[in-house]
Design a protein around this ligand. Structure first.
Ligand SMILES: [Zn+2]
Length: 348
């Protein structure tokens, strides 16, 4: 009886457990937050976890990204694949769908299709605003999470018009009602500049997982915690703030204009949080034959690859990592140089 101890709880039981088993949850990003939430949801018996991440495991992740082990970093495994293996080992009775890709306006629709809840495990604001656009447009609940330094922020964002499998009466404002615009790049602390405490991740992901389970078992009335939580286990602080309701003047949930989803906002090349690396998107996303690319790159440097990812160290010691969807991570903090390397060695 894998789920016996949670089924003893007052809000659970056969029907709730059945609902969890029928549910599909999008875990957008399996860095620190996504790992923690996915682990709890897999153990609780959520039927399908669709886990999406664009990145590879590195040793500096292991301090807080609990689904990964040293060998995943040594082998530079894609996070979505390494996470899927670990989650399947934890609970072989559920379905794990790993996707090694970036969440962009071009990819987000199939990733979110048929999902009951969208869970934020993201490391950047552009993708959060994109996820918010989709949540509002399609009437899906968005469980926001963020952590940096010794604390973090959690909130359930429930659009005015639920259109997915999860229903609720009282909506909240959306991400743009709370934070109308993302701040200019480089103005917020990141895990790269400010560091991040492992227990801060644990606190945030526990709240995110509790909100997700509540939504999935129909605990969506007054019993659902609809507040914004700012938590800091290092200072022993936890603050609850009322979430605003939907704002008539909000461009997203008020006027239903979706600036990120429709492609006008967000960038194609970006410096990644926590790494000395630039991600470059091809102009058109699609499947890249990594065998052919490996054959081409062999004359330029040392190449290792499998079906998901290729890694090559170029003569000037710059490492490029190429994924099967055509994206590349280039180990430099220079956006222009990264685009040039992409065009030279991979081709647009
Ligand atoms: Zn809004």
């Amino acid at each position: 009886m894998r789920y016996h101890r949670q089924m003893l709880l007052p809000d659970f039981g056969e029907a709730a457990q059945e609902a969890l088993g029928q549910a599909t949850v999008l875990i957008a990003g399996v860095g620190a937050l996504g790992c923690g939430v996915a682990d709890l949801l897999a153990r609780a018996g959520v039927g399908t976890l669709r886990i999406v991440d664009r990145d590879i495991v590195e040793t500096s992740n292991l301090q807080r990204q609990m689904l990964y082990a040293q060998r995943d970093a040594d082998d530079a495994r894609p996070k979505a694949i390494a996470a899927a293996d670990r989650l399947t080992a934890i609970n072989p009775d559920i379905t794990i769908e790993p996707h090694v890709t970036d969440i962009t306006p071009a990819t987000i629709e199939p990733l979110a299709a048929r999902c009951h809840v969208l869970v934020d495990g993201l490391d950047n604001l552009d993708t959060r605003y994109l996820l918010n656009d989709l949540a509002v447009r399609d009437g899906l609940p968005y469980v926001y999470g963020g952590a940096v330094g010794t604390g973090g922020l959690v909130m359930p964002l429930l659009p005015p018009d639920p259109r997915g499998p999860v229903q609720w009466d009282a909506p909240t404002g959306c991400l743009r009602c709370v934070f109308p615009e993302p701040p200019p790049p480089g103005t917020l602390p990141t895990c790269d500049t400010a560091g991040v405490l492992g227990p801060a991740i644990g606190t945030v992901t526990a709240h995110q997982a509790a909100l997700t389970l509540s939504l999935l078992i129909g605990r969506t009335g007054d019993d659902l915690d609809r507040t914004m939580h700012a938590v800091d286990p290092w200072q022993g602080e936890s603050r609850r703030m009322a979430l605003p309701g939907p704002s008539a003047t909000c461009p997203c949930c008020g006027s239903r204009t979706f600036e990120w989803l429709e492609g006008g906002r967000g960038s194609a090349a970006s410096v990644l949080c926590g790494r000395n690396a630039v991600q470059v998107h091809p102009h058109q996303s699609g499947h890249m034959n990594l065998d052919e690319l490996a054959a081409r790159l062999t004359e330029h440097g040392d190449v290792r690859h499998d079906a998901h990812v290729l890694r090559c160290t170029l003569p000037d010691d710059i490492t490029i990592t190429v994924f099967a969807d055509g994206r590349a991570l280039i180990a430099t903090d220079d956006l222009v140089a990264a685009r040039s390397i992409y065009d030279t060695y991979i081709g647009a």
